[in-house]
Design a protein around this ligand. Sequence first.
Ligand code: KG4
Ligand code: ZN
Length: 337
Amino acid sequence: MRRSVILGIESSCDDTAAAVLDDGRLVSSVISSQIVHEAFGGVVPELASRDHQRFIVPVVRQALEKAGITNEDITGVAVTSGPGLAGSLLVGLSFAKAMAYALDVPLVGVNHLEGHMYSVFLEEDQPSFPFLCLIVSGGHTQLVQVDADFKHTVMGSTRDDAAGEAFDKVAKLIGLGYPGGPKVDALAAQGDPTFHQFPRSSLGGYDFSFSGLKTAVLYYLNSFSEKEREELLRDHMADLCASFQQAVVDMLVTVVRRAVRRTGVKEVAVVGGVSANSGLRKALEALQDKEGFSLYVPSITYCTDNAAMIAKAGAMSLESGKTSTLYITAEPSLKVS
Ligand code: KG4
Ligand code: ZN
């Protein structure tokens, strides 16, 4: 069989990334995370787009060098086409189109969320179909049933903030800066999750809601005088992080447990930036023994945005015969379908 060498490109938000899959084996994955946004407390779209333009060529070049391949070895190009920031998506997409056209190889547009969903196939231990997939990232929180042949059924979504967004917003409230998720996670590991009982919103089905929790943290902080608040943040930062994180974890775990019980599907994947959270990973590991399901979580590097997952989902799409034309455009609001 002909060797398949897929170049994956990701530029949907603030990471410029490229990866190479050689006959299904990941041989390089390069991620350049933009630091320009830190000073602004969040991603500034215009700056993101400009930085992607600066980094796309060196990042792809480095991915090819690390993989030990040349342009001529590439047999297909996979690129994120949405969802994400329009100006950011366009940089990766334009580059990928030019590459596919110049090399005369197929191009395939990949839904970023499907990239996350199929990131579990980068690992040796892989789920079988159908599996339940909890996508928890900075922009999205969804529970999806994934069947063979790219059949996806969205079972539930967040009605307001995404889980990662809640981490980032609360981190900002307590003065931890951006991006907040990893910082809250690290501090929470040293704190007491029972320090304060924040509310857990329960919608009964498979939907999520995190904005109430974020507001509860704000009201809690505002219930103190300025001096008391300073002392609280100085003496109990880790406890606050642990208490907030526990509330998020409880809400996510409740929905996963409900879905496993109601559907009887015993394969569960958790993907996206927040799947890197150590509290969530621990809670789900404990739950899998109790509920008798198998848990699949990508290694930390493939939880947050990367191009390896785009190359993987793209390679699987190409194998199934799907390709995109050079007229494919960026779709900032692309949904799982
Ligand atoms: O998947 P991702 O890299 O980008 C999107 O597609 O949105 O997810 C980024 C999100 C951010 O909100 C970040 O704070 C969160 O994932 N995140 C974490 C952790 N690592 C990243 N949240 C909690 N704990 C972590 N360890
Ligand atoms: Zn993502």
